[in-house]
Ligand binder design. Structure first.
Ligand code: GDP
Ligand code: MG
Length: 472
């Protein structure tokens, strides 16, 4: 089961509280049962699920609580808090120091995603302005150096490795020394894996580690093994001084809930998660924003980070607005225009409150893009008051007449007014405007054209979905 499904199911359970006329023991139990079933289906350990249920129940005293809205909010809050606890290892994670030479060594089983993740991490820091490089100390697997070299070259990251030297300790030491002399700030060392935990692997890890004295050892864990992550993380922690964990392959059908909660249970701080094969499919892991995003409640902190990366002129004003929760539909419209420059849509959209679960699912970038364009068309039919309200959803729910007006304005068949050649020109322009990586995500020029066709088929159908904002 994918994580997006889990988010959807829990959100739906929590919404059931808003639909109930009175909140009593029965309603609470039914909601908790739904939440727990969803967690079990996502492979979360039954003991942890039971604990969550008990904690919520003991935090809620229905007799004592005032009635109505307050009760619902408090219950929803208690569930949210417990979900955060489930993935929170309760340990502060290591972070690199700017201006210092931070050596980061990667360890993990073969195929867990070490080499891919090394490149993702290097790319992440490089984009944030750190002087970053990669070293390949994997002499076990044929083609390992070529793989790292290819990733590094594509992302323009300096790298070090050897086709002839067979001793990983020598390569690692030489590389680290070279890059330290050149004042690199983030020095990432990729190492060999084995198919299973073996003495020879641990022996090699220790030798490399002793030689280069890393500031941080990152253990890379494949999420597809689910709850078995707990035993594996423990085994690695016992052998080497693992300071952080990166959980990979949380896309697709990974048993995501099982992996994340299992690793957290070993008190190992998860610093990033991998959500795909592409260098961009990588997100910092922070417990609260993660749960918030999962439940479609947005990740304002992450959004601010992304906006900062864009270095827009009107950054300051927007960030102030975000901080104060004054994000209007107009701001959103403007941000949609910028999103094209930011990278994978699913990642960005998941950060905007109200979008999490529906847009987070991967592999349908094209569909997300089409929906985004539909929303923009809808917004084109809105007036200033609607666009600039800090509570867009309420403006519409209080005066439903507005919905009809906007839907009429945006629902037309665009193809009637636009000729084929005009349409082709528009497609060309959009392709030019877009970051090539984003275009690639959308299936290239052909994908863009198919999206534009969907766009032409009108927008009114999405009106209802959009009004679901901030319903929690
Ligand atoms: P290593 O042996 O530990 O260095 O693992 P690799 O980096 O070579 O990765 C093994 C395979 O897993 C490759 O096919 C990667 O593309 C794939 N992979 C790595 N991370 C992810 C991820 O987050 N999601 C998915 N879907 N695949 C991944
Ligand atoms: Mg590798």
């Amino acid at each position: 089961m994918v994580l997006a499904d889990l988010g959807r199911k829990i959100t739906s359970a929590l919404r059931s509280l808003s639909n109930a006329t009175i909140i009593n023991e029965e309603v609470l139990n039914a909601m908790l049962k739904e939440v727990c079933t969803a967690l079990l289906e996502a492979d979360v350990n039954i003991k942890l699920v039971k604990q969550l249920r008990e904690n919520v129940k003991s935090a809620i005293d229905l007799e004592e609580m005032a009635s109505g809205l307050n009760k619902r909010k408090m219950i929803q809050h208690a569930v949210f808090k417990e979900l955060v606890k489930l993935v929170d290892p309760g340990v502060k994670a290591w972070t690199p120091t700017k201006g210092k030479q931070n050596v980061i060594m990667f360890v993990g089983l073969q195929g867990s995603g070490k080499t891919t993740t090394c490149s993702k991490l290097a790319y992440y820091y490089q984009r944030k302005g750190w002087k970053t490089c990669l070293i390949c100390a994997d002499t076990f697997r044929a083609g390992a150096f070529d793989q790292l070299k290819q990733n590094a070259t594509k992302a323009r990251i300096p790298f070090y490795g050897s086709y002839t030297e067979m001793d990983p300790v020598i390569i690692a030491s030489e590389g680290v020394e070279k890059f330290k002399n050149e004042n690199f700030e983030i020095i990432i060392v990729d190492t060999s894996g084995r198919h299973k935990q073996e003495d020879s692997l641990f022996e090699e890890m220790l030798q490399v580690s002793n030689a280069i004295q890393p500031d941080n050892i990152v253990y890379v864990m494949d999420a597809s093994i689910g709850q078995a992550c707990e035993a594996q993380a423990k085994a690695f922690k016992d052998k080497v001084d693992v300071a952080s964990v990166i959980v990979t392959k949380l896309d697709g059908h990974a048993k995501g809930g099982g992996a994340l909660s299992a690793v957290a249970a070993t008190k190992s701080p998860i610093i990033f998660i991998g959500t795909g094969e592409h260098i961009d499919d990588f997100e910092p892991f922070k417990t609260q924003p993660f749960i918030s995003k999962l439940l479609g409640m947005g990740d304002i902190e992450g959004l601010i980070d992304k906006v900062n990366e864009l270095k827009l002129d009107d950054n300051e004003a927007l960030i102030e607005k975000l901080k104060h929760g004054q994000f209007t539909l107009r701001d959103m419209y403007e941000q949609f225009q910028n999103i094209m420059k930011m990278g994978p849509f699913s990642q960005i959209l998941g950060m905007i409150p109200g979008f999490g679960t529906d847009f987070m699912s991967k592999g349908n970038e094209q569909e997300s893009m089409a929906r985004l364009k539909k929303l923009m068309t809808i917004m084109d039919s809105m007036n200033d008051q609607e666009l600039d309200s800090t509570d867009g959803a309420k403006v519409f729910s209080k005066q439903p007449g507005r919905i009809q007006r906007v839907a009429r304005g945006s629902g037309g068949d665009m193809s009637k007014n636009v000729s084929q050649s005009q349409m082709a020109k528009l497609n060309q322009q959009m392709a030019k405007m877009m970051d090539p990586r984003v275009l690639h995500h959308m299936g290239g020029m052909a994908g863009l054209q198919s999206m534009m066709r969907q766009f032409q088929q009108g927008a009114a159908g999405n009106m209802k979905g959009m009004m679901g904002f901030n319903n929690m």
